[in-house]
Design a protein around this ligand. Structure first.
Ligand code: SF4
Ligand code: SF4
Length: 206
C-alpha cells in the first residue's frame, strides 16, 4: 500500500477545513480571481477608432467596418470576435491612448459561451470624418481631434486637423454632408483626404 505524501495530506486537511477549490458553477455564479485575464472590451468614450489595436491583434479577433450609407452619420464599427480572441492583452498594450484612458481594456469576463457562433462578437461605434470634397473616409472624428490635441500648435499647418479641432470647440460649422465637386484653391481650407489635399495644393483653377 502506498502512503500519501505529507504535502498531499496537508492539502487534504486544508480542503476539509477551507472547502473545495472548485466553484459550483453553473449551480452558483463563478467569481474569477481578481487577476484572471478574460476578454477585452472597447470603451466607446475613450476609443478614438484609430485601428492600431486591429493591426496588432495576433489572432485576427479585431476588425472594423466603415458604414457610409443608411440612416444617421457615417460611422466606423469596431468589432471584437470573442470566439477568436486568445485574451493575450496585445490590443490593450498597443492602444495609443494613455494608461487609464485605454480604448480597449482587458476584463475578467470569462463566460463567453454562445449557442450560435455567428453571435460571438461585440461592437463599438465611432463617427467618421469624410473628405469635404470627394467624400472619402479620412478617419474618425475623434481620431482627428486627438491628433490635433497631441500636435498642439503644430496642427495649425494642417487645415484638416485644425478645422476638426474648431468644429469640436463649436467655432466652425459641421457641414461634411455637403460634398462638393471642386478641386480648386478655394477648397484648401476644408477637411480633405490626402489625395484632395494634394490636388488643391498642387493644381490651380486656371
Ligand atoms: S486579447 Fe489578443 S487576441 Fe484578443 S483581441 Fe486583444 S490582441 Fe486580439
Ligand atoms: S484608441 Fe485604442 S482601442 Fe481604440 S482603435 Fe485606437 S488602438 Fe484600438
Amino acid at each position: 500500500m502506498k502512503y500519501p505524501k505529507l504535502r498531499e495530506l496537508a492539502e487534504a486537511v486544508k480542503a476539509v477545513v477551507k472547502g473545495p477549490y472548485t466553484s459550483k458553477f453553473p449551480a452558483e455564479p463563478h467569481v474569477p480571481h481578481k487577476n484572471f485575464r478574460g476578454q477585452p472590451v472597447y470603451d466607446a468614450d475613450t476609443c478614438i477608432g484609430c485601428l492600431a489595436c486591429v493591426e496588432a491583434c495576433p489572432a485576427d479577433a479585431l476588425a472594423y467596418e466603415d458604414i457610409l450609407e443608411g440612416d444617421g452619420a457615417p460611422k466606423r464599427v469596431m468589432i471584437h470576435y470573442t470566439d477568436s480572441c486568445i485574451f493575450c492583452g496585445v490590443c490593450e498594450d498597443a492602444c495609443v491612448r494613455e494608461t487609464g484612458e485605454k480604448g480597449i481594456v482587458m476584463t475578467n469576463e470569462w463566460n463567453l459561451a454562445y449557442f450560435d457562433r455567428s453571435q460571438a462578437f461585440e461592437t463599438s461605434e465611432k463617427e467618421l470624418q469624410l473628405c469635404e470634397v470627394c467624400g472619402a473616409v479620412i478617419g474618425t472624428k475623434d481620431h482627428m481631434i486627438w491628433l490635433a490635441e497631441r500636435l498642439g500648435e503644430m496642427s495649425f499647418s494642417n487645415p484638416t486637423l485644425y478645422l476638426s479641432r474648431l468644429k469640436k470647440l463649436g467655432l466652425a460649422d459641421d457641414n461634411i454632408s455637403t460634398v462638393l465637386e471642386d478641386d480648386g484653391r478655394s477648397d484648401r481650407v476644408k477637411i480633405l483626404c490626402a489625395e484632395c489635399r494634394r490636388k488643391t495644393s498642387v493644381y490651380t483653377d486656371e
